[in-house]
Design a protein around this ligand. Structure first.
Ligand SMILES: *[C@@H]1O[C@H](CO)[C@@H](O)[C@H](O)[C@H]1NC(C)=O
Ligand SMILES: *[C@@H]1O[C@H](CO)[C@@H](O)[C@H](O)[C@H]1NC(C)=O
Ligand SMILES: *[C@@H]1O[C@H](CO)[C@@H](O)[C@H](O)[C@H]1NC(C)=O
Length: 466
């Protein structure tokens, strides 16, 4: 019986004992915490007063330190009176891309704002600032700077929003954000790819005009810091801040800050990719003037190949460019070169036509009856015939009694041409002389005129654009 009674007591008293036990540490904590606070925050009398009669909250809250609850931060500092000065300084971290097709650039920067808000001042003996992150920014007033002409922009948020807020005891505030912004840069491509681009990023307050907010560069010309920025296609020639005013007819004048930079393009890539192959193609088209005028397939295919290659180069260049409605420097070069290549094809058409007429005349004056066979041999099939040359230069082929050249047969043609070739290799000088003497007058002039005109064009072009 006594055992059963003991068990009964135990089952009933155990939870009560537990409850009491759990109460003890709690009450201990409550007595301890204000003591801690008392020691730490001894310098803030009004704060200690609050804590000592508070039973719920025992930690320092930023709202209480900066007395955020006591003010309406929807209103700017000095609301209703003179404009609040907001100093800006910028550290450019990188220029991520510059796009010709979209006419914009992307830049990552640290944007720092400096201003004074008396409402956030707090008593301090050490005059040390307090630093906060993005979580506090939503509760206080911060300047509403935006980027004019921006297409996209964001504050980086890995791992937390890249925001820093530093409050000094006297109410001075430093607010820093890390932003990536893509902004418009109206580019002028009339000198592309030998161009310079003048781009600027523009900052302005969205809500407050110059009567409410005065935006200025914090350190004058030194407000813009840059790290070593290397771009694949550009040199950065200048990087400087300046300021101005912007007027909107319905809302008034606004302070605007400009981050201005001038980019000069590296020419080497375009030399290698566009100019050099184009030059070679034009030179290749001149080879045609040195080939015998009767070698129609050789000269026509050379002409067509160079024309097609030029077309490919022009297409490749224009694919990576915005479709502007004016002439770019690269277009002038490419189209002039194209014209040279094209003219060399036309030149051959003229030479070939005149040759045909010439030889027809020759045939008529010699009173040789024109048969299908001879005309084909002379001009119309246009192929290079060794026996043609033999006829004109050496005239060593025996004529028939009727005065007609022997009918063309492979077996008959082979022997004299073989001998002719041998003689050619023996005296190169004579054969060169022969080519020069035997070529058409237009070809002879083209050999000098085309290179001369192209060199002249290059001299004018490069002195004009560089
Ligand atoms: C506190 O520090 C700020 C800047 O750090 C300085 O401008 C100010 O004069 C200092 N105030 C006192 C009382 O030392
Ligand atoms: C660049 O543009 C700005 C404003 O558009 C202008 O003030 C500045 O003089 C220009 N710089 C050059 C070198 O053209
Ligand atoms: C800043 O630079 C501009 C031009 O680059 C110059 O006119 C101006 O005097 C400079 N200002 C200061 C404070 O150095």
């Amino acid at each position: 019986m006594p055992l059963a009674f003991k068990l009964f007591l135990l089952t009933w008293l155990w939870p009560i004992a537990l409850l009491n036990g759990s109460n003890f540490p709690d009450s201990k904590k409550q007595t301890e915490v204000p003591l801690n606070n008392h020691r730490k925050q001894g310098s803030r009398p009004e704060f200690r007063m609050k804590k000592s009669d508070s039973t719920k909250s025992t930690l320092i809250k930023s709202e209480q330190l900066l007395r955020i609850e006591e003010h309406d931060f929807a209103m700017r500092p000095g609301f209703g009176s003179s404009a609040i000065p907001v100093g800006i300084d910028v550290q450019v971290e990188s220029i991520d891309s510059i796009s010709e097709v979209n006419m914009d650039f992307t830049m990552t920067l640290y944007l720092r704002h400096y201003w004074k808000d008396e409402r956030l001042s707090f008593p301090s003996t050490s005059n040390k600032s307090r630093t906060f992150d993005g979580r506090l920014v939503k509760k206080i007033w911060v300047p509403d700077v935006f980027f004019v002409h921006s297409k996209r922009s964001f504050i980086h948020d890995t791992t937390m929003e890249n925001i820093m807020l530093r409050v000094y005891p006297d109410g001075n505030i430093l607010y820093s954000v890390r932003i990536t912004v893509t902004a418009l840069c109206s580019m002028d491509f009339s000198r592309f790819p030998l161009d310079k681009q003048n781009c600027s990023l523009e900052l302005e307050s969205y809500a407050y005009n110059e009567k409410d907010l005065m935006l200025y560069w914090k350190n004058g010309n030194d407000s813009l810091g840059t790290e070593e920025i290397l771009l694949s296609q550009f040199f950065i020639e200048q990087f400087n801040p300046f300021n101005g005013l912007a007027f909107y007819s319905s809302t008034g004048w606004y302070n605007r800050l400009y981050i201005n930079f001038i980019l000069r393009r590296h020419i080497f890539f375009f030399m290698l990719q566009t100019y050099f192959p184009t030059m070679l193609m034009v030179m290749l088209s001149w080879v045609s003037f040195w080939i015998d005028r009767r070698a129609v397939p050789a000269r026509v295919s050379l002409g067509i190949t160079t024309v097609l290659t030029m077309t490919t180069i022009i297409t490749g260049v224009s694919a990576s460019m915005p479709q502007v409605s004016y002439v770019k420097a690269v277009d002038i070069y490419l189209w002039t070169s194209f014209l040279f290549v094209f003219l060399s094809v036309i030149e051959y058409a003229a030479v070939n036509y005149l040759t045909t007429i010439e030889e027809m005349k020759k045939l008529k004056s010699k009173k040789i009856p024109v048969t299908y066979d001879t005309t084909q041999a002379m001009a119309f099939d246009g192929c290079f015939h060794d026996n043609d040359i033999d006829l004109t230069a050496f005239s060593s082929i025996p004529m028939n009694p009727e005065g007609r050249p022997p009918p063309r047969r492979n077996t008959a043609v082979n022997l004299p041409s073989e001998g002719h070739r041998l003689r050619r290799t023996r005296s190169l000088k004579r054969s060169v002389e022969y080519i020069i003497n035997n070529s058409h007058i237009i070809d002879s002039y083209s050999r000098i005129l085309f290179p001369f005109a192209y060199v002249l064009f290059n001299i004018i072009y490069w002195s004009l654009y560089s």
